[in-house]
Design a protein around this ligand. Structure first.
Ligand SMILES: Nc1ncnc2c1ncn2[C@@H]1O[C@H](COP(=O)(O)OP(=O)(O)OP(=O)(O)O)[C@@H](O)[C@H]1O
Ligand SMILES: [Mg+2]
Length: 159
């Protein structure tokens, strides 16, 4: 499924729509070039599930955790992640568990240990706005996602 996101508010609407499709234990990957709007989307998702504070980009910290009434969310950005730096040593792998929603920017930089995504968002190159391909794993998000987000926020999504 492709989602056309004309402007940042459309990205926010998609982040809000995602909130109805995710739950602790899932992995959402966000794959797109620098400045695509990945963090912008995560910010909207976090707001929609009850986070009212700041959402920092994890570009330098690799991981930003959020312990919400909704559950635990870990927001990763592996852009600067060195494959020499063991994820085990940093305790990062432990976060990929049944109690935590993991949202990962730059998943290909993480290395092969990263589990397969329940929901994968892939930004496509466009001249105006953003175009995002959404791939959902059959066993988890797929049953709810298409109905839920046929037109998130009136942004002109198309199947
Ligand atoms: N649909 C959209 N159309 C145009 N601009 C957008 C859209 N969605 C988000 N943006 C803008 O894109 C910019 C970059 O967003 P953001 O920092 O979230 O990118 P990113 O993908 O996380 O980048 P990085 O890979 O560096 O972490 C922001 O200024 C945001 O407002
Ligand atoms: Mg980012």
């Amino acid at each position: 499924m492709l989602c056309q996101l004309a402007d940042p508010s459309a990205t926010e609407a998609l982040g809000q729509a995602l909130a109805d499709c995710v739950r602790p234990g899932m992995l959402v990957t966000l794959d797109g070039p620098l400045g695509s709007g990945k963090t912008h989307l995560v910010r909207a998702l976090l707001r929609a599930i009850g986070h009212s504070g700041r959402v920092r980009s994890p570009t330098y910290t690799v991981m930003e955790p959020y312990d919400l009434a909704w559950g635990r969310v870990c927001h990763f950005d592996f852009y600067r992640f060195s494959k020499d730096f063991e994820a085990d040593d940093a305790g990062l792998r432990e976060e990929f568990n049944a109690a935590t929603l993991c949202v990962v920017e730059w998943p290909l930089q993480a290395g092969e240990w990263l589990p397969s995504a329940d929901l994968a968002l892939i930004w496509q190159p466009v001249t105006e706005g953003r175009l995002v391909q959404i791939c959902a794993a059959a066993s988890t998000c797929l049953p709810v996602w298409p109905a839920q987000s046929a037109n998130p926020g009136g942004t002109g999504a198309k199947a």
